[in-house]
Design a protein around this ligand. Structure first.
Ligand code: URP
Ligand code: ZN
Length: 463
């Protein structure tokens, strides 16, 4: 017995056409007309789009930030992902100082094994470089962790120096991996935070004022110069500024191989959310994330970057903390507000509403940005990231004939707010299939045991 998704418009990164999809077991076995066999389950998708399941390139579930742990763990986060049409997430394992990469990976497996509802993989954050770590990068590739992350921010904690960046990039090229970079100049941020606090500044806006756009531009330009010296490709995570994007375009002209991710928050929200310097409201804390929200001109530049293909992935950097009790840790000190915001549940519908329906991108570009490009870059294509015979049946049926408002009251992610409260949502994720199993029906999560699978990803081979 199979499943036939019937009468919908199949959308891939390059095509849109009316056809039925037949699923057997975990895979798509045929695409065309008259595919039904006796006993098949028929799912009507008339009037709907049939898209490849989303791939969120950037989540932090069950992340301990020292003072608190994210509101969403792997169970609630991956459930919310499915409800929002995302069938694969790539989360971060992060090495503690003095720890081996193997141990960091094991720790992340312990947190996620048996509790994930969608499929998942890991990037490996390297914070403590040495010869052993350099060797272990190859072991990580064997384990299916084919991408890494280095932080240029969070001085005294996650931040690494330029020498480490250079050595890690050279080594990563040897082992066929890709390094993602958090591009903010941590030394300058550290100095600005100290200064702001000495001046008695407490309000959430100071999170943004102590991380101005130029600290991103500087770090982007620096890492691309180092990458040129190391002759290695680079992935820039959560790009937030026009100036950073201009640096990337310059580097590309010089021949740098650089791939870029941005996030819905940098497209749809701006620094007006933080309130003023003397604000007595703490609401701005909901938007405290790194990098911070920027200006309208940055939003416009990032939208243009999506359209032109300068930016190729849309991750959420989902890192949720409740407003009550968690964000409030920074009530009298903006630098103690835990950094991060939720987003995994609303990524696809937001991009459809504000990207496709507003004419900023085509629906094929939406598929490329939310799924196909990530699958190619991170070694899971064509297993995932497209609708094709032989691919895994990670499929989303999106009904465009629907309109509502986003609200935290209705969300599945386990956090007490959404940064997109009151945002229009046109179209809804109607049905979701994960490797051939129906996991969301009529926009409702179908209760079942967690069946998300760890993905052993292929080495990096370009896009
Ligand atoms: O504010 C954020 N983004 N928190 C998560 C950690 C990181 O920097 O990616
Ligand atoms: Zn992040």
């Amino acid at each position: 017995m199979g499943i036939v998704i019937k009468g919908g418009k199949i959308v891939t990164a390059v095509d849109s056409y009316l056809a039925d999809v037949r699923i057997e077991g975990e895979k798509i076995v045929s695409i065309g007309d008259n595919l039904e066999k006796p006993c098949d389950e028929i799912i009507s998708a008339a009037g709907c789009y049939v898209l490849p399941g989303g791939i969120d390139t950037h989540t932090h579930f069950d992340l301990d930030v020292g003072t608190t742990v994210t509101a969403d763990n792997f169970a609630s986060g991956t459930k919310a992902a499915l409800v929002g049409g995302t069938t694969t997430i790539l989360d971060y394992a992060t090495q503690n100082k003095g720890e081996s990469l193997k141990s960091a990976l094991l720790g992340q497996h312990k947190k996620s094994n048996g509790v994930c509802y969608c499929d998942y993989g890991f990037h490996m954050g390297i914070t403590d470089w040495n010869d052993k770590v350099s060797e272990e990068m190859e072991d990580m590739i064997q384990e299916g962790v084919t991408s890494f992350k280095l932080y240029m921010a969070y001085k005294g904690n996650l931040q690494v120096d330029d020498g480490v960046i250079f050595k890690a990039l050279r080594r990563c090229k040897e082992v066929k991996g890709l390094i993602g970079f958090h591009c903010e100049n941590g030394d300058i941020i550290d100095a600005l935070i100290k200064e702001a606090k000495e001046n008695g500044n407490k309000a959430p806006i100071f999170h943004a004022l102590t991380r101005p756009a130029k600290v991103e531009r500087e770090a982007v330009a620096r890492v691309l110069n180092i990458a040129e010296l190391a002759d290695a490709p680079v992935y820039i995570v959560h790009l937030s500024t026009k100036e950073g994007l201009l640096s990337i375009l310059d580097a590309r002209k010089r021949g740098n191989e650089v791939y870029v991710e941005t996030c819905p928050q940098y497209l749809l929200l701006n620094d007006s959310k933080y309130g003023g310097e003397d604000s007595t409201s703490f609401e701005g804390a909901k938007y405290v994330m790194s990098p911070p929200l920027r200006k309208e001109e940055d939003q416009e530049a990032l939208w243009r970057g999506l359209k032109t293909g300068e930016i190729i992935t849309l991750g959420t950097d989902h890192c949720s903390f409740n407003y009550k009790g968690q964000k409030e840790l920074g009530l009298i000190d903006f630098s103690k507000i835990p950094n991060g915001a939720p987003g995994v549940e609303h990524r696809m519908e937001l991009l459809y509403t504000y990207g496709v329906l507003e004419g900023r991108i085509s629906i094929n570009e939406m598929v490329a940005l939310t799924s196909t490009n990530a699958a190619k870059l991170f070694g899971i294509f064509p297993q995932k990231g497209t609708i094709a015979v032989g691919s895994e049946a990670d499929i989303v049926v999106l009904d465009p004939n629907y309109s509502t408002k986003i609200t935290a009251k209705k969300q599945t992610q386990k956090v007490d707010y959404t940064p997109y409260e009151g945002f229009l949502q046109q179209g809804k994720i109607e049905h979701v299939f994960l490797r051939g199993s129906k996991v969301v029906e009529n926009s409702r999560f179908l209760e079942h045991e967690p069946s998300g699978k760890y993905l052993v990803r292929k080495p990096f081979s370009g896009r």
